[in-house]
Design a protein around this ligand. Structure first.
Ligand SMILES: [Zn+2]
Ligand SMILES: [Zn+2]
Length: 382
């Protein structure tokens, strides 16, 4: 596959985005390309996952290189030729680029295999809120494709084209989503004393919850508490009986996440008592903190240094992100590292005018190839 093929593939994937666990077309294309390269891809883990394995020249250790495949429920904005053909869906996180670069690496390494061991190319569904990495692990990824080390890569808007970045330790936040349900008593808008107005109590919850971050969290730790939806009421002369709030908490510190959960539960109990309503808080969809291990971060940095020319820099101590990444589930099971590939001045991830920059495809592929060769050298102490 030459670069023109890969760019065409990336644009095609961009034009046909698929949401988590619905990556049927993408999965078919990935499997077809791998088959055309001489691989025998395995399919079905986490429904649409695809895995292909490459043997090195001699027996040895195994590594996983992982890309995600899913898109987001966002209406794309723009007028480029490869704009999403599907209303309300777009590749706003660059997973089209990640998939393309890992296919490119599979093509390059098939022609130039590592000295020893095995490379497992893992094409993962459902990263965006679906914890697809966790599902693949639960369905036997590491039993079917044993690997001693795992590696991931994400494009990074704001990091200049040509640069790559990572860090040892926590690189992306862990988090939970939450649902708060307030059950009061509906009443006439002019007779508030006869009801228990869920909307006003919900507004109090929104305000008070911010105090958990500003007054209870240690300022030197990291904490985000974002309430993202608030639904209550039907019309302008009825005080609503019920209100629901949804949002997320994030931190780089697991204990801080637990403190935020406890604080929200306390707040719900306190407001319920004060205002004689029922308030429940449910936490779901946990993502772990993504933690890079020290030795594997060194291997990743060595690969970056090999592939970055004079145009870019290797950032070895990047500022962690408070966003979350389900690659953290893989890093809970095996040592490894997530790295960032500069996507330049593009719109931010998850923005409606975001696009993956095709000029970074060769660098991403070169990184994967260099990393495989570094990890799977004979005499490598793995
Ligand atoms: Zn994303
Ligand atoms: Zn992403």
């Amino acid at each position: 596959m030459d670069l023109a093929d890969l760019v065409a593939l990336r644009k095609d994937l961009h034009a046909h985005p698929e949401l988590r666990f619905e990556e049927l077309r993408t999965s078919d294309i990935v499997a077809e390309v791998l088959t055309s390269l001489g691989y025998r891809p395995s399919r079905g883990l986490a429904k649409t996952g695809v895995v292909a394995s490459l043997q090195g020249k001699k027996p040895g250790p195994s590594i996983i290189l992982r890309a995600d495949m899913d898109a987001l429920p966002i209406e794309e904005r723009g007028d480029h030729a490869h704009i999403s053909r599907h209303p309300g869906r777009m590749h706003a996180c660059g997973h089209d680029g990640h998939t393309t670069m890992l296919l490119g690496a599979a093509a390059a390494l098939a022609l130039d295999p590592p000295e020893c061991g095995t490379v497992h190319f893992v094409f993962q569904p459902g990263e965006e809120g679906g914890a697809g990495a966790k599902v693949m692990l639960e369905e036997g990824l590491l039993e079917q494709f044993p690997a001693g080390r795992v590696f991931g890569m994400h494009n990074w808007p704001g990091l200049p084209i040509g640069s790559m970045a990572t860090r040892k330790g926590a690189i992306m936040a862990g988090g939970w989503r939450f649902l708060v349900e307030i059950k009061g008593q509906g009443s006439h808008a002019a007779q508030p004393h006869l009801g228990r107005d869920a909307l006003t109590i919900g507004a109090a919850f929104v305000q008070e919850a911010q105090l958990l971050v500003s007054r209870r969290s240690n300022p030197l730790t990291t904490a985000v508490l974002s309430i993202c939806t608030f639904h209550a009421g039907t019309t302008d002369n009825i005080l609503p009986e019920a209100a629901t709030l949804r949002g997320t908490i994030r931190s780089l510190d697991v204990q801080e996440l637990e403190a935020l959960k406890k604080g929200m539960t306390r707040l719900a109990a306190g407001l319920a008592l004060a205002h004689e309503v029922a308030i429940t808080v449910q936490f779901h969809q946990p993502y772990p903190v993504t933690v890079n291990t020290a030795d594997e971060t060194e291997l990743a940095l060595a690969a970056m240094k090999q592939v970055i020319g004079t145009q870019g820099t290797v950032v070895s101590d990047m500022t962690p992100s408070m966003a979350s990444e389900d690659f953290g589930f893989m890093l809970e099971k095996r040592p490894g590292a997530l790295v960032m590939l500069g996507n330049g001045a593009s719109a931010p991830l998850h923005a409606p005018d975001y696009d993956f920059d095709d000029t970074i495809i060769p660098q991403g592929i070169a990184y994967w190839v260099a990393l495989a060769h570094i990890c799977l050298r004979i005499n490598q102490d793995i």
